[in-house]
Design a protein around this ligand. Sequence first.
Ligand code: ADP
Ligand code: MG
Length: 290
Amino acid sequence: STPAAIAAALSAGARHGLLVKGGAVLETLGTIRHAALDKTGTLTEGKPRVTDLVAVGRSERQVLSMAAALETGSNHPLALAILSRAKAEGAPVPPAAGVTALAGEGVFGRLGGEPLFLGSARAAAARAAFSEALRANVETFEQDGKTVAVLLAGDAVAGLIAMRDEPRPDAKAGLRALEAAGVAPVMLTGDNPRTAAAIAADLGIPARGGLLPEDKQRIVRELQASGGAVAKIGDGINDAPALAAADVGIAMGGGTDVALETADAAVLHGRVMDVARLVALSRAATANIR
Ligand code: ADP
Ligand code: MG
């Protein structure tokens, strides 16, 4: 490939919201064999909506108020879903005390002296007993591709809030285009394995769920060891270690500043298809050396 062909491809990409940090990155993009894509905000819209509320020993409105009180200071996608539902229903949001977030698990706080927790079913199950009926509820929601936030009051389950984050409209087509280009997609997520598997099955790709940021980084290294270059596509601060470990780290859509700094490339319009377009752009620009 000539420097002129590379420069032309970089500027053609930029006109379509495909930003690539230099010719070396552009050449690597054409060689990737694996695409590890984050679920929330990458394969999905990243805008979950509350679909179901289950209240235990109080009203649904009270569960929503308590949950919203804990999430007031958070910009986690699940927090935004809960806050917008509370607003839509006009549920009061009382001020909670001592609110603390635990990454990948949820939030703690107190209301009227009562200790509360809101977070993943796994984190809640480590802190409280679940009845068979509640366990079945959680399982059914997860099989429907919903993420369940569990509210604990003291050491008892006070409610369940199920939320669903829909796949991006072009996700399936983008994944098929990657496969047609010889790139194998896989979903990586901190969300629970059952929800991840349900969404991934809709999209026709494998999933790895229940991952911490360091797990995502480890899986990128495993894929590299299995042969071929790996692209990691993500939007969040959680993804920085895995983005950095990948042969090409791609920031998706309006990603965080951290993701954009760590990434080698960015797709500004948040289309999964644009990842396949990056591969095609690279191969077209480097065709004359193959
Ligand atoms: P992802 O890989 O999808 O970005 P995260 O690491 O952000 O996932 O979170 C993993 C899980 O931890 C979430 O699916 C959720 O169950 C729980 N969680 C984290 N933060 C919160 C919060 N503020 N409110 C409710 N649940 C949370
Ligand atoms: Mg994330």
